[in-house]
Ligand binder design. Structure first.
Ligand SMILES: *Cc1c(COP(=O)(O)O)cnc(C)c1O
Length: 412
């Protein structure tokens, strides 16, 4: 019997998981030598491919001289160089980089920066606007801002209230109007959103014009915009950042998952100079009192720097365009398939919904689909009735065919 309590796993029902002994490129290999295509980039973290040599050698080289170093009162080259690179690559106006270790902590940091900003400005604003069906992490604060449901009902008494905007359909008019009304109240500290794609909420996609509209309302009513690019960042949507599609810059941006190429954990919260300045004072009470023990781990920073160099050295945009086109071609093959609906794509992410007969059918179908995919040599993990392929960028056309034909072969 295993002593491990796995995440998002009902141990009473689910079979013992395969043991993965090796990873390489787009594939996982089990201890008994079976190859499994990683169709979801190991939960959206792996960007260039598993064990990318450039990232591994940066880790090896750095571990030869550095391990964890306290980041309060001390600094180090990997942390400094990475911060500079992130500022350089991020949407315009994000000038300060705060490190942590996961997407959830990056979002918690963003929230604390926003609330700290208003407090130090002497303004009592503290309300947070969110988009319905969003996901921002699994800590109490990030759950409070995310969609409520079976996943977090037990913790409801501890969660804080937020103002929820309807999901932006089409031109997003209802969302924009609702936000304009809220923002005009003068109570809104920040709007937090997943730009363009709601990941855990079912790969739901909205238009860049909505993002531009929300930014305009934030400007008009002095509401801070927090872009949670934890999933969308580093090319998933076909551009480096999802915000780039709209040509907008948030006041605060959260990145994690693909930051190190998915090799080791690291996160960063980028803030505008205005937010940093509100905390910059001879009055020590304005200090940003936050830290994770592993803040700016030098080995993780070196991995991220190597990942950043891949963006600078290789024609990433060409690769993303090619992968997006390959995904579009395969998704189009399902246009007339009566089993699926709501075919959609944003850059490298392609998704569609299995038509659901009833809730009981749905509850049974998810695990059955997963088992079917695994037996076909593909790791896919539908979100409810949403099937999606979110591959590492190194996948070949044949790899994608393997994933999509496994979907086509699912017989309910
Ligand atoms: C995964 C995710 C998070 C949480 O990241 P963790 O590293 O799992 O804590 C936050 N926001 C979004 C949009 C995510 O997809």
């Amino acid at each position: 019997m295993s002593a491990v309590w796995h995440p998002f796993t009902q141990h009473a029902i689910e079979p013992a998981p395969p043991v993965i002994a090796r990873t390489e490129g787009a594939y996982l290999e089990t201890a008994d030598g079976r190859r499994i295509l990683d169709g979801i980039s190991s939960w959206w973290v792996v960007t260039h491919g598993h064990r990318r040599p450039e990232i591994l050698s940066a880790i090896e080289e750095t571990a030869g001289r550095l391990d964890q170093v306290i980041f309060a009162g001390l600094t180090h080259a990997p942390g400094e160089e990475l911060a500079e690179a992130l500022v350089d690559m991020a949407p315009h106006g994000l000038t300060r980089v705060f490190y942590s270790d996961s997407g959830s902590t990056a979002v918690e940091v963003a929230l604390k920066m926003a609330l700290g900003y208003w407090r130090h400005e002497g303004d009592g604003r503290h309300r947070i606007a969110v988009i319905e069906d969003s996901y921002h992490g699994d800590t109490i604060g990030t759950m409070s801002m995310g969609e409520r449901g079976v996943f977090n009902a037990a913790y409801d008494p501890l969660m804080f209230a937020v103002d929820r905007l309807p999901f932006p359909h089409g031109d997003g008019a209802a969302t924009l109007t609702a936000f304009e009304d809220l923002a005009a109240s003068g109570q809104m500290a920040a709007l937090i959103l997943e730009p363009l794609v709601l990941g855990a909420g079912g790969m739901r996609i909205y238009s860049p014009q909505v993002l531009t509209g929300l930014r305009r309302i934030c400007d008009r009513h002095d509401v801070l915009m927090i872009a949670d690019e934890v999933m969308t960042g580093w090319g998933r949507t076909g551009r480096l950042w999802a915000c780039d599609h709209a040509g907008i810059a948030p006041d605060i941006l959260c990145t994690s998952k693909g930051l190190t190429g998915g090799v080791v954990p690291l996160a960063a919260t980028l803030a505008s100079e205005r937010i940093f300045r509100a905390h910059y004072s001879e009055d020590r009470r304005r200090t940003f009192y936050h830290s994770s023990s592993y803040t700016a781990n030098p080995i993780a920073c070196a991995a991220a720097l190597a990942q950043v160099r891949l963006w600078r050295a290789s024609p990433m945009q060409t690769r993303l365009d090619a992968l997006s086109a390959m995904q579009a071609e395969r998704l189009a093959g399902f246009a007339d398939d009566p089993r699926f609906e709501n075919l959609r794509q944003c850059g490298t992410i392609a998704a569609m919904d299995l038509k659901v007969r009833d809730a009981g059918y749905l509850a049974e179908t998810g695990p059955r689909m997963r088992a079917h995919f695994l037996a076909s040599g593909v790791l896919l993990r539908p979100l409810g009735n949403t099937v999606y392929v979110l591959p590492p960028y190194c996948v070949t056309a044949d790899d994608l065919d393997l994933a999509w034909s496994a979907i086509a072969a699912f017989d309910g």
